[in-house]
Design a protein around this ligand. Structure first.
Ligand SMILES: Cc1cc2nc3c(=O)[nH]c(=O)nc-3n(C[C@H](O)[C@H](O)[C@H](O)COP(=O)(O)OP(=O)(O)OC[C@H]3O[C@@H](n4cnc5c(N)ncnc54)[C@H](O)[C@@H]3O)c2cc1C
Length: 382
């Protein structure tokens, strides 16, 4: 077990694992990843696995586009089948105010090479003939979007990082920091200190708590989100896209012979409550059946809850934390982080090794933007 490291990463979700791998692949192998639970069992395990390029900000589109190329070549690069299904993301728009916003986003996406397009209600019916279109004004569709198995993808990064020499310490929490002259000098664990001058917070919904241990205020709050899965359900084809009713956030996509679905409750306050709310499940099922009536015949097999890690502008904090030298962060992905893991791994490793991220310019998501009043609002949040 190392007592010193070139970098200590706190959290072994998709972010911690991808960053550790990219650092090691570029030669920084004296890296320790601390995980208070086991690898990949945080928010990453609770995600719906969706990957999309339909965002409203250039930074998110570029992060997503780079990541899609990695997801497409993952089996070749990492030797694991992550169950990539590129059946598209279909957004249904019901509010007239959404159309100009989505058309502007679409134009930006297309300029950046994303093959997304506008659909009339008739064209939507050709892609998903099972949704009620009475109130739908139009929508957007990107055939490269889809979903993958988040746990296998995370393990792929972790195993590859281990092969390159990265040390993962599971069931080992970061419980404090030692500082010298305002700079990180060590990360404390229940079994002792790991001396390092770089610590990277990748603790997902718990990142605010970890940052506070170093005296940093990181504006990341946990919000419960529930997902449900039906029993195998052959009435609807397994070839359907991820379908999203943008106004409510209701989504569903084929999964394991059934369908995975969910919808955020906009009135629920921030909390670390991980129980499944049966009342919300009923509300969610009613919304699902109203949009796709065939689901009236489906049985819900199980549900689970996890946490979105929401920031004031629905975008992550990426980079060095102001006021705490040596403390980096990649957290606060506000519910769309899993899909960006590959690009974040590349960008954070460049930031650490080269001083600047070049795969994608991540400066719009610098942690100092909140104090500067330079928020970077993402509009396409589900
Ligand atoms: C219901 C739901 C659906 C979602 N659907 C999608 C989707 O379709 N597509 C998508 O891209 N994203 C989705 N997300 C969001 C996605 O899950 C997250 O953005 C992403 O997984 C964040 O990864 P992470 O590595 O930052 O965090 P996590 O996976 O939470 O990893 C952080 C790790 O840090 C560990 N940790 C915390 N504190 C400490 C400590 N003190 N010491 C050591 N370790 C610590 C935790 O145990 C955890 O393993 C969804 C989220 C939820 C809840």
């Amino acid at each position: 077990m190392r007592e010193t490291a070139d970098a200590v990463i706190i959290g072994a979700g998709i972010m911690g694992c991808a960053i550790a791998h990219e650092l090691a692949a570029r030669g920084m192998t004296e890296v320790v990843v601390l995980e208070r639970d086991t690898i990949g069992r945080g928010a990453t395990a609770d995600a719906a696995g969706g990957i999309r390029q339909q965002f409203s900000t250039e930074t998110n589109i570029r992060l997503a586009t780079h990541s899609v190329r990695v997801w497409e070549s993952f089996a070749e690069r990492f030797g694991l089948d992550i169950g990539l299904k590129q059946q598209g993301y279909l957004f249904l728009l019901t509010d007239p105010a959404q159309e100009p916003v989505f058309r502007a986003n679409l134009s930006l996406q297309q300029q950046l090479g994303v093959p997304a397009r506008w659909l009339t209600p008739e064209e939507i019916g050709e892609i998903n003939p099972h949704v009620v279109l009475d109130d739908v004004l139009g929508g957007t569709f990107c055939p490269e979007d889809g979903w993958v198995d988040t746990y296998t993808a995370t393990m792929g990064y972790a195993q590859a990082a281990k092969r390159l020499g990265v040390e993962f310490r599971e069931e080992t929490s970061a419980i404090g920091f030692r500082m010298q002259g305002g700079r990180v000098a060590a990360v404390e664990t229940p079994t002792g200190c790991i001396w390092t001058n770089r610590a990277i917070v990748c603790a997902g919904p718990y990142s605010r708590r970890v940052g506070a241990l170093a005296g940093a205020e990181l504006p990341i709050s946990p919000y419960r989100r529930m997902s449900f899965i039906t029993e195998p359900f052959p009435t609807l084809p397994g070839t359907l896209p991820m379908t999203i009713e943008f106004s409510s956030g209701l989504y569903f996509h084929p999964e394991s012979g059934g369908f995975l679905f969910g919808m955020g409750n906009p009135h629920e306050p921030s909390s670390f409550d991980k129980t499944v709310d049966d009342d919300w499940m009923v509300t969610n099922v009613e919304a699902l059946v109203a949009r796709a009536p065939a689901f009236a015949e489906a049985n819900v097999m199980r549900g689970w809850a996890g946490f979105y890690e929401i920031t004031p502008d629905d975008n992550p904090l990426l980079g060095w934390v102001p006021g705490v030298d040596g403390l980096g962060i990649a957290a606060g992905f506000s519910g769309h982080g899993f899909m960006q893991g590959p690009a974040i791994g590349a960008c954070l490793s460049e930031l650490i090794l080269d001083g600047v991220a070049t795969t994608v310019d991540i400066t719009p998501f610098r942690p100092s933007r909140f104090a500067e009043g330079a928020l970077a609002q993402e509009h396409n949040v589900i």
